[in-house]
Ligand binder design. Structure first.
Ligand code: ATP
Ligand code: SKM
Ligand code: MG
Length: 175
């Protein structure tokens, strides 16, 4: 990769894309953009409201527009939405414009991190653990396929994970 290419974090809800992305950006002196936040700013409402008013399909349209715009920029660290990889056009856009890092986390840990949070509409179901397992089964192969770098993380600290990701990225470019 070129040192100015974007770095995209992909992974399941609760994988740590926002948390890790923000800290990584500070270390690498890059701008951090959270695609979910960008969608909310443009829409003027929170993601659950977009799901309520326009459905998941409407949300995905907005997500694709945001990703296409971010892919035209450079030097960014982007936390993508958990489902961004579901559209092949989004995968193409991120692969062409940067390096893709998959934060791979087991469903049980994802559940522990997300089950108190109502901001993830797809997890507002009777059995969120089962939903997370279903989503993981569906998406894990897609995340692996799109990723240049897979970082499996478990019970370690955010600091440790950010350090590992930074080290791997520095190996790949003069970041
Ligand atoms: N490596 C880690 N160890 C422990 N807790 C973590 C780790 N990474 C993230 N967390 C915590 O897990 C929660 C979810 O993380 P975060 O919001 O960054 O995930 P996300 O991948 O951006 O999710 P979403 O796709 O829903 O936006 C946060 O409370 C965060 O502090
Ligand atoms: O996993 C998903 O499909 C989603 C994850 C979030 O980041 C948001 O992009 C939205 O809630 C959809
Ligand atoms: Mg996030």
């Amino acid at each position: 990769m070129n040192s100015s290419d974007n770095i995209y974090l992909v992974g399941m809800p609760g994988a740590g894309k926002t948390t890790v992305g923000r800290q990584l950006a500070r270390r690498l002196h890059r701008q951090f953009i959270d695609a979910d936040h960008e969608i909310e700013v443009r829409a003027g409402v929170k993601i659950p409201v977009i799901f309520e008013t326009e459905g998941e399909a409407g949300f995905r349209e907005q997500e694709t527009r945001v990703i296409a715009d971010l892919a035209k920029q450079s030097n960014l660290i982007v936390a993508t939405g958990g489902g961004a990889v579901l559209r092949p056009e989004n995968c193409d856009a991120i692969k062409k414009s940067g390096l893709v890092v998959y934060l791979r986390v087991a469903p049980r840990i994802l559940f522990d991190r997300t089950h108190h949070d109502a901001n993830r509409p797809l997890l507002q179901v009777a059995n969120p653990m089962m939903r997370i397992e279903e989503l993981f089964t569906q998406r894990d192969p897609i995340y692996q396929d799109v990723a240049d770098l897979v970082m499996t993380s478990g019970g370690g600290s955010v600091f440790h994970l950010v350090t590992q990701v930074e080290r791997e990225l520095r190996k790949r470019c003069a970041a």
